[in-house]
Write a protein that binds this ligand. Structure first.
Ligand code: ATP
Ligand code: MG
Length: 424
């Protein structure tokens, strides 16, 4: 019996990995333009970190976490809590009052696997800690949009404000009142969380709840003055930066720690998995986790969903890399020579390849084509004795005699110079 991967856990095979590398490199490049620095945290954390930050009555903590119950530890379901834990533990704010950080890596949630929804998935997560200005919120959304656009993706942005501890409780009471009166029409989940997490009903996927909340009170009308002004300034700055967005008062996000600005990058191209990335402000969270009283805002993008969208939206998106030189050696001596030459070419930063099997020239040329090599150097024992080889430009199919002399390194350098100066 073959052993297969666990349901919801997926291999990223080499062709797909090319796309992943491209996504990651594009992200790192853009994040760094915005002054973000990388941080990497462990995958396991104390369970309490997540229950205290994400919230006990959230889907993630209630039913999606991979926890080792006897050890009180959990495989991180998201990055923000871990990142803030590290931030607090190492007192990063002491070095620099505003920290801009990003991290890329796997997250784990026990969900029903489907297209764009896995049990191990990967996020690119960014956080700006220590700044409360609305311009920062807009800047972060602009960065997200720049990233998605740079990848060639068409995704829309939805924005909302969830208020703060001053104004949200009032809204919550209003909403509970509204929902209580219509309790019988709520789905089972929403009825259960009516008292613990009533805001979730606003973005419940069930049709009944969706219809029911259409006329529910709007959080945007319940904001206190400070939150109102903050949100207006976020909108104003988004306008200045040319970021297109729409307001969505039903977006509440599944995590308890959000305050004020929340946003999602969404697509209609991934079925039920509409959110490509999402985030928001969490002004009380750092203090709640035992850290200094500092505001923060961040978002996470799902890499699987981005990769899927790229397959759908970006035509022949990524070019396969090619090798610079393939060495086709015919005979034992030539093979030994080639072996050293390839090593030296690689130390000169060229992508060099060779086949040690001693197959026919035809088979080796085929291999050179398969790996998309720009040049092939054909060496036989006789040619080696005469200190020359044949260099074939795989694109133009032109062949030239190439002198072989000197030690491997010098030879490699001559080859490197030649391939660099010629089109192929
Ligand atoms: P959803 O509503 O799709 O469950 P979410 O609100 O739980 O998403 P977040 O916790 O905000 O998602 O995570 C941010 C991003 O991470 C999502 O927008 C999505 O792209 C990705 N993501 C979340 N859960 C999964 C998963 N199980 N599989 C793949 N990607 C995921
Ligand atoms: Mg979810």
């Amino acid at each position: 019996m073959k052993i297969k991967a666990i349901n919801g856990f997926k291999d990223i095979l080499p062709d797909a990995a090319l796309r992943w590398q491209h996504i990651e490199q594009t992200a790192r490049d853009i994040f760094e333009r915005f002054g973000m620095r990388e941080i990497r945290m462990p995958i396991l954390e104390k369970t309490e970190l997540f229950s205290r930050s994400i919230g006990e009555a959230t889907d993630i903590v209630e039913k999606e976490m991979y926890s080792f119950s006897d050890k009180g530890i959990t495989m991180r379901p998201e990055a923000t809590a871990s990142l803030l834990r590290a931030f607090i533990e190492h007192g990063l704010h002491v070095q620099q009052p505003v920290q801009r950080l990003y991290t890329i890596g796997p997250m784990f949630r026990h969900e029903r696997p489907q297209k764009g929804r896995l049990r191990q998935f990967h996020q690119m997560d960014v956080e700006i800690i220590g700044a409360t200005e609305p311009q920062v919120d807009a800047e972060l959304m602009a960065m997200g949009q720049m990233l998605l656009n740079s990848l060639g993706l068409k995704v829309s942005l939805e924005v909302n404000s969830l208020g703060c501890p001053d104004c949200r409780p009032g809204f919550r009471t209003q909403l509970i009142e509204y929902l209580e009166e219509r309790k019988d029409d709520l789905c089972e989940d929403c009825r259960r969380r009516l008292s613990t997490n009533p805001l979730r009903t606003l973005d419940c996927k069930s049709r009944g709840c969706k219809a029911l909340v259409k006329d529910a009170p709007s959080i945007l009308k319940s904001l206190c003055n400070a939150c109102n002004e903050h949100f207006a300034e976020v909108e104003h700055t988004l306008g200045l930066l040319g970021v297109t967005y729409s307001k969505n008062r039903f977006m509440v996000r599944g995590l308890d720690y959000y305050t004020r600005t929340t946003f999602e990058f969404i697509t209609g191209d991934l079925g039920a998995q509409a959110a490509v990335g999402a985030g928001g402000r969490y002004d009380g969270l750092i203090e709640q986790l035992g850290g200094p009283k500092l505001p923060g805002i961040g978002f996470a993008m799902g890499m699987e969903r981005i990769a899927l969208l790229m397959e759908q939206q970006v035509e022949n998106g990524i070019h396969k890399p090619s090798a610079d030189i393939f060495v086709a050696a015919l005979g034992a001596k030539a093979s030994e020579y080639g072996c050293v030459l390839v090593q030296n070419l690689r130390s000169l930063k060229l992508k060099a390849a060779m086949d040690y099997s001693g197959r026919s020239l035809k088979a080796q040329m085929k291999q050179a084509g398969r790996i998309n090599s720009r040049f092939t150097l054909i060496i036989g024992d006789n040619e080696l004795a005469e200190e020359k080889a044949v260099l074939r430009n795989m694109q133009t199919q032109e062949q030239v005699d190439f002198p072989l002399n000197g030690t491997g390194v010098e030879q490699a350098q001559r080859l490197a110079d030649y391939t660099e100066s010629s089109q192929g």
